[in-house]
Design a protein around this ligand. Structure first.
Ligand code: ATP
Ligand code: MG
Length: 607
C-alpha cells in the first residue's frame, strides 16, 4: 500500500478555522463595497428584470444547483457548505435549485434524496418566511423566450450540419473552426425552424440552435456553442410539454440571472465557460426590434451574476462522480446509494457520520483555486474530533472468548459501574453485572505470550476494566489446539473503586461483558471501499481496485444497556472505535451496529 500525503491527519483548532478567510470571501467583500450591489432589486420571486421592484433584502445570493441525477456525495458537501456558509456569513440567502434541464437521467427519487441530504447537513433555504427552493425546469418558458430573442437579435442560428460535421468544423486547440454553411440564414428562417423544432416537427439530431459568436475564437467554448436541442424525452416535472431542451451552459446563466444570484460558484472545470456565461447574460440584457416590430429583450439588468470558480474536492480512496457511484449501485458492488461504504451523504449518514463532522471537515479543507487531493484520514479525523466529546461510552467484545472465574460459585454476581462519558461526570454512570462467566476479546489472551504482551496469559494478572483483578490459570483447547475457554481466579478484594483495590499492581486492563447478561449483536466492520488512494488514476477502471475486505460482519457481545438503544445512536466502544446503531436495520431484539471509524488512524501505517 503506497502512502499518500498524511497532512490530512493534522488536527487544527476548530474555532479559529470557522472564521478563516479565503479568496471567495475577499471577492464577496469587495463586491459588497461597490454601489452597484447596493442597488440590487428583488421582486420576491425569480423573474426577469422588469419585475424587480424592491431593494433586495439579501446582501448576496448564492445557490446550490445539483442536477437530480443521483445522490449527493461528499464533494457536494463542500459546495453546500461553501454556498450556504457564504450566504449566512454575509447576510445573504442561498437558493436550493434543482438544475433539472436534462430529462433523461433525472428523477423525483433523486430530487427527494437531495433535499434530505442538504437539510440533514443542517442547511435551510427558508429566509424571510419564504422558501428559496427552485427548479430550473420552471424557467423553460423564459429560456425559450431568451433563445427566440437571440435569434431575432442575430445572435443565434439553426444549424443542420450532422453531429460529425459539427465536430470536424469546430477545429482544435491549435486550429480555428470553420463557419457552418447555415450560419447566415435569415432571421425569419431561423425563427420558423426553431418554432418548428419546439412544435415537434423535426427529428432528434436533425438540427440544433447555436449561438453565433466566433468560430475563430481561441476559446473553443465560444465557437458557436449549441444552446438548444431536440429531445423527445419525458421530464419528471414538465412531462411531455417540451421536446426541445436547453443545453446546460445556456440554461445555467439564465437560471442564475432569474434568481438574482450575485455569485455563481462552480468548480474549476467551468473556468473556460465563463466567457460564454458573460457573453450570454450581456446579450440578454440588450434589446432589439423583433420581426413584428415590437421591442424585445432586456431580460436582465445590472449587476449581472458573476461566475467564480473554486477547486473541487478530491478525496483519496473515494470516487466522487455520480455516474461512477451509480455504477457501483447498479452493478451491485454496494447495497445501495446509502451503503455505509459509499461516499454519498446518505452513505456517510448511515455509516454514522454526523452533520457536524462533515461540516468540520469542509471547514478544515478550506477553499482554494488549485486542485489537490485531501487524504481520507482528514474526514475520519473530523469525525473523531466531533464524536469524542459527545459519544457515550460502551463496551463491546467483538471477537468473544469465554473467561471462567473458577473460584466463585455459579450464581455469583456483583454490580460494576463505569462513567457514561469520562469527561462529563454529569452524564452519570452506567451499571452492568459481573458473573462467573464472561466474554473477553480473543486477542486479549495468549497461551504463549509474545514479548511485550501484558494481557492475559497463564500466570499473569490483569484488571477487568471497572471490575476485579484476575489471575489466569490456563485454558481449554480443542483437538486442533484452538482455545475454547480461559480460566482465571478473581481477587474479591480488588474491585475498582473499593479501598485497597490499587494495592494490586497490574500492567494489563482488559474489557469484558458478563456472558449471562451480554446482548448478542451483529457488528459490521467497515473499511475503505477502494484499496488504492486514487481509484481512477491514469484512466484505470476504478472497479478493479475495490477493496475485497471493505466489510466484515461479525457477532459481538455488548454491554447489556446497548441492547435497547435507538437507531442512529452513536457510541465509542472502548478500545475499538466509534459505532452507530444502523439506521435501516437495527431494531428491538435485533441490535446491529456499524463501525464508523477506529479510534486511531491505522491505515497505510502497516506498510
Ligand atoms: P457529478 O460529476 O458527481 O455528477 P456534478 O458537478 O455534475 O457532479 P451537480 O449535481 O451538477 O454534479 O453538482 C452540484 C454542485 O456541486 C455544482 O455546483 C458542482 O460544482 C458541485 N460539486 C460537484 N462535485 C463537487 C466536488 N467534488 N467538489 C466540490 N463541489 C462539487
Ligand atoms: Mg453536473
Amino acid at each position: 500500500m503506497s502512502k499518500v500525503n498524511q497532512t490530512g491527519g493534522a488536527v487544527k483548532p476548530v474555532a479559529a478555522e470557522s472564521n478563516a478567510s479565503h479568496f471567495l470571501k475577499t471577492i464577496v467583500s469587495t463586491d459588497l463595497a461597490s454601489p452597484e450591489y447596493a442597488s440590487r432589486q428583488w421582486s420576491g420571486a425569480p423573474g426577469v428584470c422588469a419585475s424587480h421592484q424592491q431593494p433586495d433584502p439579501a446582501r448576496i445570493r448564492t445557490r446550490f444547483p445539483p442536477e437530480p441525477n443521483g445522490y449527493l456525495h461528499v464533494g457536494h458537501a463542500k459546495s453546500i457548505c461553501l454556498n450556504f456558509g457564504l450566504a449566512s456569513e454575509f447576510g445573504g440567502i442561498c437558493h436550493m435549485r434543482f438544475d433539472d434541464t436534462n430529462p433523461e437521467k433525472e428523477s423525483q427519487e433523486f430530487a427527494d434524496s437531495i433535499v434530505d441530504a442538504v437539510q440533514w447537513l443542517g442547511f435551510s433555504w427558508d429566509a424571510n418566511n419564504t422558501s428559496h427552493l427552485f427548479y430550473a425546469s420552471n424557467y423553460f418558458d423564459t429560456m425559450y423566450a431568451c433563445a427566440e430573442f437571440l435569434i431575432q437579435a442575430g445572435y443565434a442560428y439553426i444549424d443542420q450540419q450532422t453531429a460529425e460535421e459539427m465536430r470536424l468544423n469546430r477545429g482544435t486547440l491549435t486550429e480555428a473552426g470553420k463557419n457552418s454553411p447555415w450560419r447566415d440564414r435569415p432571421v425569419s428562417e431561423n425563427l420558423r425552424l426553431f418554432r418548428e423544432m419546439r412544435g415537434g416537427q423535426h427529428a432528434e439530431g436533425s438540427m440544433i440552435l447555436r449561438a453565433k459568436i466566433d468560430m475563430q475564437s481561441p476559446n473553443i467554448n465560444l465557437r458557436d456553442p449549441a444552446i438548444y436541442r431536440i429531445r423527445f424525452a419525458h421530464h419528471h416535472r414538465t412531462g411531455d410539454a417540451w421536446c426541445v431542451y436547453p443545453m446546460y451552459t445556456f440554461a445555467h446563466p439564465i437560471e442564475d440571472a432569474l434568481e438574482k444570484i450575485t455569485h455563481s460558484i462552480c468548480t474549476l472545470e467551468f473556468e473556460d465557460q465563463r466567457p460564454f456565461y458573460d457573453w450570454l447574460l450581456q446579450r440578454l440584457s440588450e434589446t432589439c426590434a423583433a420581426v413584428d416590430g415590437n421591442t424585445i429583450g432586456g431580460f436582465f439588468c445590472a449587476p449581472l451574476p458573476k461566475q467564480v470558480e473554486f477547486a473541487r474536492l478530491n478525496l483519496t480512496y473515494v470516487v466522487t462522480s455520480k455516474r461512477k457511484l451509480q455504477q457501483l449501485v447498479t452493478e451491485g458492488q454496494v447495497s445501495g446509494w446509502d451503503d455505509p461504504r459509499m461516499p454519498t451523504i446518505a452513505g456517510l449518514r448511515r455509516r454514522g457520520y454526523t452533520p457536524e463532522a462533515i461540516r468540520l471537515f469542509c471547514e478544515r479543507i478550506g477553499v482554494s483555486k488549485s486542485d489537490s487531493w485531501i487524504d481520507y484520514s482528514t474526514l475520519e479525523g473530523a469525525l473523531r474530533d466531533d464524536l469524542d466529546p459527545k459519544a457515550d461510552r460502551g463496551i463491546a467484545v467483538l471477537r468473544p472468548l469465554k473467561l471462567i472465574l473458577d473460584n466463585v460459585p455459579a450464581d455469583w454476581s456483583d454490580d460494576c459501574s463505569a462513567p457514561v462519558h469520562p469527561h462529563h461526570p454529569e452524564k452519570g454512570v452506567r451499571k452492568f453485572p459481573i458473573h462467573r462467566e464472561l466474554w473477553i476479546e480473543a486477542d486479549d489472551f495468549m497461551q504463549d505470550p509474545s514479548k511485550g504482551f501484558f494481557r492475559l496469559f497463564p500466570g499473569n494478572k490483569v484488571r477487568l476494566r471497572y471490575g476485579y483483578v484476575v489471575e489466569c490459570k490456563g485454558c481449554d483447547l480443542d483437538a486442533a489446539g484452538n482455545v475454547l475457554a480461559v480460566h482465571a481466579e478473581v481477587f474479591l478484594d480488588s474491585k475498582s473503586g473499593t479501598p485497597g483495590a490499587d494495592t494490586y499492581k497490574v500492567k494489563g486492563n482488559i474489557h469484558w461483558v458478563s456472558a449471562q447478561a451480554a446482548v448478542a449483536a451483529e457488528v459490521r466492520l467497515y473499511d475503505r471501499l477502494f484499496s488504492e488512494a486514487n481509484p481512477d488514476a491514469g484512466g484505470r477502471n476504478f472497479l478493479e481496485c475495490l477493496n475485497p475486505a471493505s466489510v466484515e460482519v461479525i457477532s459481538a457481545m455488548l454491554e447489556p444497556g446497548l441492547g435497547s438503544v435507538e437507531p442512529d445512536a452513536r457510541f465509542q466502544f472502548e478500545r475499538h472505535g466509534y459505532f452507530v446503531a444502523d439506521r435501516r436495520d437495527h431494531g428491538v431484539g435485533r441490535p446491529i451496529f456499524n463501525r464508523i471509524t477506529t479510534l486511531k488512524d491505522s491505515w497505510g501505517k502497516a506498510g
